[in-house]
Design a protein around this ligand. Structure first.
Ligand code: BES
Ligand code: ZN
Length: 590
């Protein structure tokens, strides 16, 4: 099936990459990867070229499988898309081998100084390829509609380990040479590499965690439930097909919560709250092993098929493990986040459609909570319409039937209609499916979760506003989610003495739980509550998760004094941020 991808120059319907063999040297001094990429090709009749995506790559030489040099030329530089590399194939060429070097500005690579790690003695490198950054470190067809298997040889300084989205070593070896194999075909955005002073700890028969020695114990305690999450996921939607499932806890500059690199999820250390209250992130990244990594969005316009299904699946895993009450609490929190996102984007904004039109834009700019939470509620609406048992059968069959394939929105809707809706006696029209997918905002029939636990939190807010001291509120047993709900639903105009009372009671300024701290700091900026100023600065300087940075900088930028402060903090913090996070903050402060 041919899928057009506005973010790739490749023409896989003519010549496509089937297998990649990488041979790379990691040079921390030069901040550069050097080596060769050998691509095995499938050519259709008459195809005489191979077109690859590249960004900032220096290509020294291209050879065919017969060892003879092949002509190659770069096309025009097209900004974030980089430059197409066109290789002229000989009639007998079955594979090409490129000698290349990355640029020190490669956006997929974050090179951390020793001081940016917990250990402080070794540098660390990690990649982030999604959405269109793989082309900054490997010359390939950088489209989610192309899948290939890979193997790699990676040389790193001794004392460090290399890890990839593939079969991984457990421990550091003496010579710094590591080999990898990924025998299942994956799209380029799932290519991943990390290099550092990392240790492994087993969590269960097929799960484990890698982290710096200073973090490994906290990480393995927090993630101890991973094995049972896999069991819950399999019980819902079929076998986990990737062999092992390990996690890598990165230093705090990792710009995302998590990234579903196959066999090895990359994650932020900000999920290590010390009470396992933020493990829904693991459920999310694990769920991508089905939605995304098995059945993959055909282009970034179909991003909701990855993230909406994954958010839905995440909620089902959480429900299976923690029960309906907890799951409904999470669902209501999602609903609030979604309502807020729609309000921010504008209820008629095309960026609130499930299917996006990102041609000519940086896909990163169109990726907001809509794909996640509107996607989630759309699928939940379908579940409610046909009943859970028919719906679950459908989802299981969907993952099975389209495993290792690409899925476009249209292809999905056809499949949905013939396989689920028609047999269930309903239809696309009746369920307003097209409004959901191609229309803005949130249709009126969107599910509204109800959570008695969160309703009680709202009652306590009312009591607080009526004058009850914070210490007398009924807050016993409030876990992260109830505290979050409390903070997010406090009104916009509190008195300084009320904030001080809340802070004294809950200790928010000093909390080590980043979700709660971020919500609290947002409130303190809004109220110009100065006792939290130092904590705000510390938070912005010490971690680079974009989800936390963006709202805080946004809120600061609302006033003139705040804006000055934001710019001043950003200047100092920027060297520690990942390029994608720095880019986002720079754009909003401009
Ligand atoms: N695949 C995404 C991360 C991503 C999306 C990276 C788009 C680059 C471009 C990952 O699965 C994700 O959604 N992470 C979330 C956490 C999740 C629990 C909602 C994040 O990083 O915040
Ligand atoms: Zn995701």
């Amino acid at each position: 099936m041919r899928f057009d991808d506005p973010h790739s120059f490749a023409r896989p319907w003519e010549t496509s990459v089937q297998h990649l063999a990488l041979d790379l040297e990691v040079d921390f001094g030069q901040r550069q990867l050097t080596g060769t990429a050998t691509l095995e090709l499938k050519r259709s009749d008459g195809a005489s070229e191979l077109v690859l995506d590249t960004w900032g790559l220096a290509i020294d030489q291209v050879q065919g499988n017969d060892g003879k040099a092949l002509d190659f030329a770069f096309g025009e530089d097209q900004g974030i898309l980089g430059r197409p590399l066109v290789i002229s194939l000989a009639p007998s060429t079955q594979s090409v081998s490129l000698s290349y070097r990355t640029s020190p500005n490669a956006t997929a690579l974050q090179w951390l100084e020793p001081a940016q790690t917990a250990n402080g003695n070794h540098p660390l490198l990690f990649t982030q390829s999604q959405a269109i950054l793989a082309r900054t470190w490997v010359p390939l067809q950088d489209s989610p509609a192309v899948r290939f298997t890979y193997e790699a040889q990676v040389r790193v300084p001794t004392g460090m380990i290399a890890l990839m989205s593939a079969r991984n070593p457990r421990r550091r070896n003496g010579d710094g040479k590591y080999s990898f194999k990924m025998t299942q075909p994956i799209p380029s955005y799932l290519m991943a590499l990390a290099v550092g002073n990392l240790e492994f700890q087993s969590l269960g028969p097929r799960t484990g965690v890698y982290a710096e020695p200073e973090t490994i114990d906290a990480a393995s305690w927090e993630l101890a439930g991973t094995e049972s999450m896999i069991a819950a996921a399999e019980n819902l939607y079929g076998a986990y097909r990737w062999g092992r499932y390990d996690l890598l806890i990165l230093p705090p500059s990792f710009p995302f919560g998590g990234m579903e690199n196959p066999r090895l999820t990359f994650a932020t250390p900000t999920i290590l709250a010390g009470d396992r209250s933020l493990v829904s992130l693991v459920a999310h990244e694990l769920a991508h092993s089905w939605s995304g990594n098995l059945v993959t969005n055909a282009s970034w316009n179909d991003f909701w098929l990855n993230e909406g299904f994954t958010t839905y699946f995440e909620h089902r895993i959480m429900e299976a493990l923690y029960g309906t009450d907890h799951a409904e609490m999470l669902a209501l929190i999602s609903r609030q986040e979604l309502d807020h996102e729609i309000e921010t984007l504008g209820a008629s904004s095309p960026d609130t459609h499930l299917q996006l039109s990102l041609a000519g834009r940086d896909p990163d700019d169109g990726m907001n909570l809509i794909a996640y939470d509107k996607g989630f509620f759309f699928l939940r609406m379908l579940e409610e319409a046909v009943g859970r048992s028919a719906w679950d059968d459908f989802v299981r069959r969907y993952f099975d039937e389209f495993a290792f394939q690409s899925m476009s929105t249209e292809r999905f809707l056809d499949y949905l209609e013939t396989t689920l809706l028609a047999p269930a006696g309903t239809s696309r029209e009746r369920l307003h499916v097209d409004d959901w997918v191609f229309g803005p905002g949130l249709p009126a029939d969107a599910p509204r979760p109800s959570s008695p636990a969160l309703a009680r939190v709202e009652q306590e807010i009312q009591r607080l506003l009526a004058g009850t001291p914070a210490a007398e509120l009924a807050t016993e047993g409030w876990e992260t989610q109830r505290k979050l709900h409390f903070l997010r639903n406090l009104p916009g105009a509190l008195k300084e003495r009320q904030l001080a009372d809340i802070d004294k009671t809950f200790g928010f300024t000093e909390t080590g739980n980043c979700e709660i701290l971020a919500a609290w700091l947002l409130l303190t900026i809004r109220h110009a509550y100065q006792p939290a100023d130092a904590a705000l600065e510390r938070f912005l300087m010490s971690q680079g998760r974009r989800k936390f940075l963006k709202p805080l900088y946004d809120e600061l930028a609302r006033t003139e004094a705040g804006c000055k402060r934001a710019v001043e903090i950003f200047e100092r913090a920027k060297p520690g941020y990942h390029p994608v996070a720095a880019h986002t903050i720079e754009a909003l402060l401009r």
